[in-house]
Design a protein. Structure first.
Length: 151
């Protein structure tokens, strides 16, 4: 900060404030800082929610309950954005996985059905693998789309 003030007031070199007196220059700097501070501390105005809320579903494989900061202040990895989302939204504190692998879990989230109802117990292996969701089965994205959401 002293370097900036020295530059502004022309100590040892040409000043961008020209031949202004120290008092005038100080007043200009104080007003500029106050204006910036006022802008930064002004209340933020957000649009009021119109109707239904936004829905963001985050699903991560191999993520433990205590692996992110909003559930565990001793988490080994910093997760500030997820923590902020959790603070501003809804947190689930008693959720259970319907399976030990990801494919049946994803099936359950998408359809609302227990994965054991498919009869398939393995992990989806990629292109050409079985489609676990039956043709015509209503899914969470389908239900949301019917309600006007973009999915």
């Amino acid at each position: 900060m002293p370097t900036v003030l020295a530059w502004l007031f022309g100590v040892g070199r040409t000043s961008p404030l020209g031949s202004l007196s120290f008092r005038s220059a100080t007043t200009i700097v104080a007003v500029a800082l106050a204006a910036g501070w006022q802008h930064a501390s002004a209340p933020k105005v957000f649009a009021q929610p119109q109707g239904r809320p936004n829905i963001v579903l985050i699903m991560a494989d191999d993520l433990g309950y205590g692996d992110i900061g909003c559930y565990n202040d001793q988490a080994k990895a910093a997760t500030p954005n997820l923590d902020r989302l959790a603070a501003e939204g809804m947190r689930f504190t008693d959720a259970h996985s319907p399976s030990t692998v990801c494919t049946p879990t994803r099936y359950s989230v998408l359809t609302g059905r227990m994965a054991f109802r498919t009869g398939y117990r393995g992990v989806f292996t990629g292109v050409g693998g079985p489609c676990l969701i039956e043709e015509g089965r209503l899914t969470l994205p389908g239900m949301l789309k019917r309600q006007g959401y973009r999915t």
